[in-house]
Write a protein that binds this ligand. Sequence first.
Ligand SMILES: N[C@@H](CCC(=O)N[C@@H](CSC=O)C(=O)NCC(=O)O)C(=O)O
Length: 314
Amino acid sequence: MLFGRLGVQSCKLGNNYKFLSQKVFYRSARKMAKITEESCNKMFKGFQKVFSHESSELKCTMKFGVFIPSEAEDKKVPVLYWLSGLTCTEQNFVTKAGAQRVAAEKGLIIVAPDTSPRNVNIEGEDESYDFGSGAGFYVDATEEKWKTNYRMYSYVTKELPEIINSNFNTIPDKMSIFGHSMGGHGALICAMKNPGKYQSVSAFAPISNPVKAPWGIKAFGGYLGSDQSKWLEYDATELAKKYNGPPLNILVDQGSADNFYIQGQLLPDNLVAGCAANNVPIVLRIQDGYDHSYFFIATFVEEHINHHAKYLCQ
Ligand SMILES: N[C@@H](CCC(=O)N[C@@H](CSC=O)C(=O)NCC(=O)O)C(=O)O
């Protein structure tokens, strides 16, 4: 069944979002996912919005931020997905990274989802900052307690792109992905596990080899169980060693004064070695004196968006 709506892109708080631009859109009713606008702010001629929706993968209400450049009013544009780190919601990137000006200049939609299911009534879900709420690690859990809701890998690689492509003026096969720390690793594994799906990938201070880092060992043990051979399927360093597909166009920035780097949580050299073993090109830049925070991200976010624009906007 087809239907069409005429609308002007604008802020439409509290309503289901159906109007995308001044053009008439015809969409399959089956594909139109219902999303609700929670906030809307005009920025650099575009709009920074937050939407909520019912996630079929995660079986809870989820939120995502989306920056919509003015170009999307009358033409289809590429999409860059951002995955945040431990303790983050959809708000951290939206309010701290300062990405909107560059996204507006390049004509890119940027989507920033929350980092885990929320309020799903699993005993212990809110007990620690590095496991459960705010710490989904972008894996599909297999452990009984977590497996119904904690499916962040399927959420960010399948459900979310379907929602974005059915509600916004996108070029569906022009997408790239980047992220920070837990989310930097999430971006790397999404790209490595889906050759050709993403045109490029970049990361700020990714947890590069989680099977060898305390954060990763805790999360993978909890979500995937004690059989460590299963963990390797979600480890970027291990995936790099067997990647077989089109160029990944990987850029990684790491601050030299990042405490988590110094403590051995991030291990970017292992990722570089994994890539080298399989002739996968990677650029790792050690940025002198920068820490793990969004101050570091804000400093280099323009360079990361320019990196992705090279592959998305040609
Ligand atoms: N509370 C923790 C550290 C939490 C932290 O630093 N989170 C980072 C991501 S870390 C890896 O995924 C983050 O992005 N925080 C949000 C922010 O806005 O800075 C501790 O104290 O150790």
